[in-house]
Each structure stands twice: as structure tokens, then as C-alpha cells.
Design a protein around this ligand. Sequence first.
Ligand SMILES: [Zn+2]
Length: 386
Amino acid sequence: MTSAGSLLQLVRRGEATTRRDLIRVTGLSRSTVTQRVDMLLAAGLLRESAGESEGRGRPSGTLGFDEDHGHILVALLHIGRAELAVLDLGGRVLRRSSYPITIGDGPERVLGEVEERLGELVREVGVDPAETIALGVGVPGPVDVSVGRVMQPPVMPGWHDYPVRDRLEAHLGRPVFVENDANLMALGEQRTRWPDAPSMLLVTVGTGIGAGIVIDGTLYRGVDGGAGDIGHIRMHGREERCACGAAGCLAAVASGRALLRALSELGKDVSVVADVRDLVQHGDPDAVGAVRTAGQLVGEVLTTVVSVLNPEVLVVAGELADTDGHFVSGLREVIYQRSLPRATRNLQVVTSDLGSAAAIAGVAELVVDEVFAPAVVDERLAAAGV
Ligand SMILES: [Zn+2]
């Protein structure tokens, strides 16, 4: 792991910020490091600030990943809304927009509009479309990342096995990465807030329920991209109809959608998940009780997950996380009561304050990891004859 691409990764991850660090971390000779760093500088991948002179020899500057030499496009698809963004390579948002969609309209219509609006957004930012590095797409369903397709998604009718990646790549002429939305949030949260946690679990509870797992800084997707898909686990003794067509799923009893249904049956005036949150914040006892019970039900399923994974951090995200602590305290109570002490001794249960910024940060991390992976960079340098 001492190629030019590997040196770039060390700088990108903050493990080395000077030539001297690179020599120390890799054990390479000064002349080899100089040659590889110069190669990365020439390719515009690294930049070096003027450093202070340290006595004899050349001053040692600070090395950094050049975050301005391209941009990343983001398209996050939710059940009823799409968010688009243009980022620099450091994940900073240059511009974003959001508009309503119906995911059930199917891929042709939804992706057609994404293509059109992404083009508009790029024009508005005024960046050169030729400098688009890649597009990252988040979807509320399981993804086979090897082919960039959504597989048997419970709440995305018409999307099963549709070539999302191939279609968008053909349109953009750039690499496209399709990923489950909870996975993106988990990756963004881990890299931004918990970079040292060896095992992190994120559960997101909004209209639906999803979870993402990051182990040793890497997403754990499972064999078929189904890891963390906890929303449609069947709950013993429950018969409520679920949006996926089955009955008694966790999402049918504990998601924002389930709470909307339960509270409107009680005569409450609620139509979106934010209304449930408002009721809780105004101290409505039915809403507080329902949200707390939902937290307990999610906690029941997470008790098993926590025992299998023994994570250091459990992040609770999504609209229901932000309900004056009622959802999270229900969830926490059940997890701590029902788990063995060893599974929870070092567990922190926290809420996310990143919101949709977590998924956007996740796209930046995912895309940069893929496009600037050591082997990919080395290949590109070789092809360029540097
Ligand atoms: Zn279901």
C-alpha cells in the first residue's frame, strides 16, 4: 500500500498531511515519496501549501486533497420527495434543490425528471459539466450495488431490477453509484461524527424505517444488499397492513406512516409526519403515547440487532427521532432492559443532528472512496502516462 494512489488516500483521510508524515507512515524513502507526491500534484489531485522552513533543506508544506478540481452530483429519492445537490469533492454543498415526487410513478418518469433538473442545477451553479466526477443516487430500498439496480423494493413499485445506474450513466457519460438511503446516512454520520467508532448502526424512522451498518469505516451491505432492511420484519401478533402489501411489519406499526394512520383514527388532524411531531411538541397525550410505543417497538427489533452486532454507537435519525426525546426514550428503554449487559455496556444511543445532510455527506464519501480508490488512481495515472 505505497503506490501514489495509496499516498493520496492517506492524505485524504487525514492520516498524513506533510511529505514527512508520508515517509513516516509508509516507510518509503524520501526520494520515492517526493516522486509520487510530485506525480499527484501534477495530476491536480493534491495541492501543497507553502510551508515554514525547517532549518536546512526544502520547506515542508501541508498537503491536501484538491477538492476544487471537480464536483459531485447527488440525487436522493424519497417516497414523496427528491433532493438534488451539487457538491465539491470535500462534500460541501454548492447548491441544492428539492421537489415533490411520487416514487410509485416508476423509474422512467422519476429519473427523467432527475436528469432534467440536475442539468438545470449544474447550469445554475455555473460549474463546467465536463468536471462532473460522478453522480450518487440514494433510494429507499435495497440495492444490488454491483449492477446499480433496486432489488425487490417493498415501497418502490415498478423499480425492481430497473437499470438505474446504466440509464443515468448513459445520460451523463459519468460514473453513477446507486445506494440505499439509510446506508448513505450511516456512512455520512460515521465519517462526520464517529470516525473512530469500529461499529456503528444507524436507524432512520420517517415515513418508513431503514437501517445502515458501518464496520471499520466501511458500509456493510450484506450478500444481497439487504443488510439493515429491518422495516419489513414481521412483528409477532400484529396484523396491521403495510405499504409493502404484507401485514404486521415493523413499518406498519412503528413508522411515521403508521402513526399518521393511528392518530387520524383518533380524530387528530395530521397529514404528514411533521404534524405528528408538532402534536408531540404541543404535549398531546395521545401523540406522545403513540410515539413512545413506536420507539419501544423499534427498540424490540433493535435489541436483536444490537446483540448480534455489539455496536459502539446507535444513531437514531429521521423525523421521529426529533420528538422531544419520546421516541428515543421508548427505544432506549427497551434496548437496555432486554439486552445482555455485555451488548450494551459500551453502547451510546444518540440522535442525529445532521438530517438530510447525513445522506449528502454519505454520497460524497462513497463517490470519493470509489473514484479515488488507490487502485483506480494508479490506473488513471498510468493511463495518463504521468
Ligand atoms: Zn412491510
